[in-house]
Design a protein around this ligand. Structure first.
Ligand code: FMN
Length: 336
């Protein structure tokens, strides 16, 4: 049942076509013609979860049902190994419920080892016990717990009761041996949500903002009884989430995600205040439509474009990129 739903998510993700924007295009950064850098010396490496990555990117949580999960996870792990970027598993709930599905997740451990960053994933409503089992299953460096009330409420069989969720997160943060990342799934983390999470000791937040994968649409495509077409536009654009949450504090790791596609998007997400970035939908699209090599070429271009953007801004590493000045205009400026 759960497994069937994940398969439909993947199919409906490919069918979804609602046009939206994460508003990164409303961020202006200025070209620097007198750049005096050597492209080959531009350093995109970052430290994340105690390990060194070559590029500040993680492939974000993606589930797809048992049949396709094995192959997708294997390919995503290979991509992470190839580029030395972080891997985040899709929700492991199905594997906690059905032993036979464990292998479609643990396939990643044949490719990634303890030098690589592996992140587990479950709902933020999960028990501490399940969080421990999910981390053990993949020998993960951290677990990310998703907040997805908009998705659940549109989902026919979804959760309706979110009471006690903050207490539950606090319990997991305090009692799990590895760091906990709290993430959205495409509707964004607001300033208020960020403050509440930091107050209970959360140190990692993936804002997963609006403007990319749209789970209200994906779930609506599975329903025939009620219709939610008119609320596909619900959510906080990624650019606003990053700016608002970074203003709350500098003392946590902010992962900028939601509709990131290009190297310029990655650079802008970092300039606005992200320490790391994440992509799910766009990598998945290239992988499913074109296969492993096409997804690899996509990430190769994305990394090249990010370095190119850095060269054209005159910054030689991620620390300097974070300090680049920017201006906002249009809708982003209006809603800030
Ligand atoms: C097919 C698909 C399955 C996903 N499954 C999960 C999941 O199991 N757990 C989760 O936390 N997020 C899941 N996500 C959400 C992504 O991790 C990410 O937060 C969201 O898609 C926004 O990023 P994007 O615009 O780059 O896709 C999924 C996304 C896609 C496209």
């Amino acid at each position: 049942m759960e497994n069937e739903r994940k398969k439909e998510h993947l199919e409906n993700f490919l069918k979804s076509n609602f046009k939206s924007s994460n508003l990164l295009e409303n961020v202006y950064i200025e070209h620097f013609a007198l750049t005096d850098l050597n492209f080959d010396e531009i350093d995109t490496s970052v430290d994340f979860l105690g390990k060194k990555l070559s590029f500040p990117l993680l492939i974000n949580a993606i589930t797809g049902g048992a049949e396709s999960s094995y192959d997708i996870n294997e390919d995503l792990a290979r991509l992470c190994k190839h580029f030395n970027i972080a891997f985040e598993s899709g929700s492991q709930k199905v594997a906690l419920q059905d032993e036979e599905l464990v292998e479609s997740f643990t396939v990643i451990n044949d490719i990634l080892d303890n030098k690589d960053v592996i992140i587990s994933n479950l709902s933020a409503l999960s028990s501490l016990e399940d969080a421990k089992r999910a981390v053990e299953m993949l020998k993960s460096d951290a677990i990310s717990l998703h907040l997805n009330p908009a998705q659940e409420i549109v989902q026919f069989e979804g959760d309706r009761n979110f009471s006690g969720i903050l207490k539950n997160i606090e319990n997991i943060v305090k009692n799990l041996d590895v760091p906990v990342i709290i993430k959205e799934t495409g509707c964004g983390i607001s300033k208020k949500t960020c403050e509440k999470l930091l107050n209970i000791g959360v140190k990692y937040i993936d804002i997963s903002g609006f403007g990319g994968t749209n789970f209200i649409e994906i779930e609506n495509l599975r329903r025939t009884d009620l219709d939610f077409t008119n609320i596909y536009g619900w959510g906080i654009p990624t650019a606003k989430c990053i700016i608002d949450c970074r203003k709350v504090s500098n003392d946590f790791t902010l992962i900028g995600s939601g509709g990131l596609k290009t190297g310029e998007d990655v650079a802008k997400a970092i300039i606005l205040g992200s320490d790391m970035t994440a992509i799910a939908g766009e990598v998945l699209r290239f992988l499913i439509h074109g296969g492993y090599k096409v997804a690899e070429d996509y990430l190769k271009s994305l990394i090249y474009q990010t370095k190119m953007t850095m060269l054209l801004l005159g910054v030689k590493n991620i620390k300097e990129l974070k300090k680049v000045k920017y201006k906002t205009f249009g809708k982003l400026k209006d809603i800030l």
